[in-house]
Design a protein around this ligand. Structure first.
Ligand SMILES: O=C(O)CCC(=O)C(=O)O
Length: 226
């Protein structure tokens, strides 16, 4: 991590509103915002590396088509008390918010004008670690709520592919993939209906040697207590 942080740690904190780019395609609505300057992002990244208590590989295993699989990255979930989240055949019970997660959550909430009650933290040690193509369309998510994804550390390419391409109903010249470089301190907002129609992934990049930490803030349904 130190090698990564030394690359550009001299930029002063910026007081300008963050640069924002809107990306739209068929049933896709994304906002890409440079939420933090390099210095602030590096401070938060160091703090995340100290504070986040990742699940063991055993605790992070997923259940797909009757088989248990280790995931090729580290994962942790944090959120409001009493929430749970089901995905890939497992139920996740989040830990309580830490100071650095609360700080980032407040910044994202202020930027977007909405509140989040859950965050999934994914840590990719290097370019071998990745996340396969999937949609975040779990039933526990509040319908049509945005997902706010904040990246720290190594920038990596993030790829969206329409479900028609995924299922080979259309070709890539008809509905091209959308590839975005997610930078240190960036915020990618996946607005509805993106997650109903588009799969996303963080593919393997063998040349990448540095670590990336990603936080996806979500709005979960509050379970009813009878
Ligand atoms: O690491 C990322 O950028 C995204 C992680 C992701 O796809 C997810 O949490 O669903």
């Amino acid at each position: 991590m130190e090698r990564f942080l030394k690359r550009r740690n001299s930029s002063p904190p910026s007081h300008h509103p963050p640069a924002k780019r809107k990306i739209t395609r068929e049933n896709m609505d994304l906002d890409l915002i440079q939420l933090y300057d390099w210095t602030t992002a590096s401070r938060l990244y160091k703090q995340l590396e100290k504070e986040i208590d990742y699940n063991t590989p055993q605790q992070s295993r997923i259940h797909v088509f009757g088989k248990w699989h280790d995931i090729p990255r580290k994962q942790a979930a944090y959120g409001d008390e009493g929430l749970s989240y089901k995905f890939s055949g497992i139920t996740v019970y989040p830990k309580s918010w830490t100071p650095v997660l609360t700080e980032i959550k407040k910044k994202v909430e202020h930027q977007l004008g909405i509140n989040f009650n859950f965050v999934l933290v994914n840590r990719y040690e290097n370019g071998q670690q990745h996340i396969g193509e999937h949609k975040d369309d779990e039933k526990d998510l509040l319908p049509d709520s945005p997902i706010a994804s904040v990246t720290f550390g190594q920038e990596r390419e993030f790829v969206f592919r329409h479900e028609d391409l995924h299922f080979k109903r259309r070709r890539s010249d008809e509905i091209p993939p959308v590839k975005l470089m997610l930078k240190h301190g960036s915020l990618l907002v996946m607005n509805s209906p993106t997650n109903k129609f588009w799969y996303h992934s963080l593919p393997v990049r063998r040349a990448v040697t540095q670590t990336r930490v990603n936080l996806t803030f979500r709005q979960m349904r509050i379970a009813k207590v009878d």
